[in-house]
Every structure is written in C-alpha cells, then in structure tokens.
Design a protein. Structure first.
Length: 190
C-alpha cells in the first residue's frame, strides 16, 4: 500500500467501513482490500488525468477550490451526506467519463463485488480521496506539479495501472485526446 492510500485508510474508522459496506450493498461489511482497490482505481484515474500540465492544473484548482481536506474532520458524517455523495458521482464522471462501468467491472473482478457495489463504493470514497489530496496540498503548500507527482507516486495494488491504461487507449500518456475521440464517435463524426 502506498503512503497516500495509507493516509486514506487511516481516515476510515470501523464505523466508516461499516457505512461503506452498507452503501455498497454488502450488508454493512466490506473488506479493506475492496476499499483499497476502489481507492487505487480512483488514483489510477487521477494519475491518467494528471499526465498533462493542463490536467495537473485542473486537479490543483479543484483541490484548492472544493477539496481542502475539511471532509476529513467528519468522514462518517460525510459518508451519510447526500451532497457529498452527489459530489462523489461528479468526481467519478470527471475522472472516468464514459468508462466508469468498465473500471467498475475491472475492480469488481479483483474484489468479488458486483459493478454497482463498486460504483457505490467509489462514489463514497472519491470525495475522501480528493480531501486527503487537498489536505496534503494545503499542509505542504504543494503546487500543481507537486500534487500530480504525489498522485503519480501513490503506488498501490496494481489496479491503478490497469485503470490508467484503460483510460489512455492510445498509450500516449494523455487521456484528453481519447476523451475527445470518444465524444466525436458518440455523435457519429469522424
């Protein structure tokens, strides 16, 4: 487990993990491995998004504006907040775009959870992941490149690289062109 994942896991008390299990539909129990895999998938998506200076700057601006780490003051309360869950859904949309289901399927195969459970878990965890990054940014006065470097060095269970590879289909280190191509294909233009 990477340092960043360790920090995130430390934020999750037994009660928080039970709430995550309930939200994921697994009756109030969920393994640390499943949580770590979901966190790693989120970080893998962020890793892809920060491979360009523009992506790193966008993440940095988001952290500075909306994710200062204050969520970590009451993680259990945040997990029960509809507004935080809505934010988590938006975060996943930004990170994974149309490939959210594919990412959830990959994580599900690794964890034994079904796709919907993985999506629910990632929605709940995404604001906490960004909150931890925002806290690091604030506490260490990190700039956009340092935030991106923290994400890139996060290390993890290996699902990060799988997710990053899925998002960067042409393996050029940037998912921006892939997302634009997907949008063009969606509307039937070539």
């Amino acid at each position: 487990m990477g340092v960043l994942q360790g920090m995130i896991m430390q934020q999750l008390t037994t009660a928080a993990k039970k709430k995550l299990g309930t939200q994921a539909g697994s009756g109030g129990s969920i393994s640390d491995d499943a949580i770590q895999s979901a966190v790693d998938a989120i970080l893998g998506g962020l890793k892809s998004n920060t491979n360009t200076a523009a992506g790193a700057e966008k993440l940095d601006a988001t952290l500075g504006k909306n994710h200062d780490g204050s969520i970590l003051n009451d993680v259990l309360g945040a997990l029960g907040s509809g507004a935080v869950q809505t934010d988590g859904g938006k975060i996943l949309d930004h990170i994974f775009g149309r490939q959210q289901n594919q990412v959830a399927t990959k994580v599900g195969k690794q964890t034994g959870l079904d796709k919907q459970a993985v999506i629910a878990l990632m929605i709940a965890l995404a604001p906490i992941v960004l909150g931890q990054l925002g806290k690091l940014k604030k506490d260490k006065n990190l700039n956009s490149e340092e935030v991106a470097d923290t994400v890139r060095k996060s290390g993890g269970s290996g699902i990060e690289n799988v997710v990053a590879g899925m998002l960067d289909q042409n393996k050029d280190g940037s998912i921006i062109d892939d997302i634009l191509r997907m949008g063009t294909n969606l509307f039937g233009k070539k």
